[in-house]
Design a protein around this ligand. Structure first.
Ligand SMILES: [Zn+2]
Length: 143
């Protein structure tokens, strides 16, 4: 049986389905048919104009780093990455072809990360929940 057949997204409506194979999964967006606003995730009404004619669109896989920071200390709360020892990572705002910017971990060499860097979507298993389901999240890696 496919290991990811019972996978769930880390946020409701955040990713396209099916979640397997992970290479085919994209981030879900919603585009307003009235004003053209694009939002991250799945929405029934527009945050910009209040319109209720929303179209679901899979967002582009490629983007550019708009800005970033390097996280050098373990974030508080339920951090799911490596803890012992903690591994520093880059987190950034990635600008997608649709014009929206998405907060994401950046999978890249911390010495080489820069504004304008080309990145590509990676959907991966972040952890397993209490029901034993793989929980799928996304990050962007340097191209
Ligand atoms: Zn709108």
């Amino acid at each position: 049986m496919d290991r990811l057949s019972n996978a769930v997204p880390v946020g409701e409506g955040l990713l396209t389905t099916p979640l397997s194979p992970a290479e085919n999964v994209r981030i879900n967006g919603s585009r307003c048919s009235e004003c053209g606003e694009v939002m991250l995730g799945s929405y029934k009404s527009c945050a910009n104009c209040g319109g209720e004619s929303m179209q679901q669109i899979p967002l582009g896989k490629r983007g550019k780093v708009w800005t970033y920071t390097v996280i050098r200390h373990q974030p508080p709360g339920q951090y799911r990455g490596p803890k012992d020892p903690f591994v520093p990572f880059a987190e950034g705002l990635v600008e997608l072809p649709e014009g929206i910017r998405v907060v994401s971990a950046l999978d890249c060499d911390l010495e080489k990360v820069h504004i304008g860097m080309e990145v590509e979507l990676v959907v991966y298993e972040l952890y397993q929940n209490e029901q034993g389901q793989p929980v799928m999240a996304f990050k962007f890696k340097a191209v």
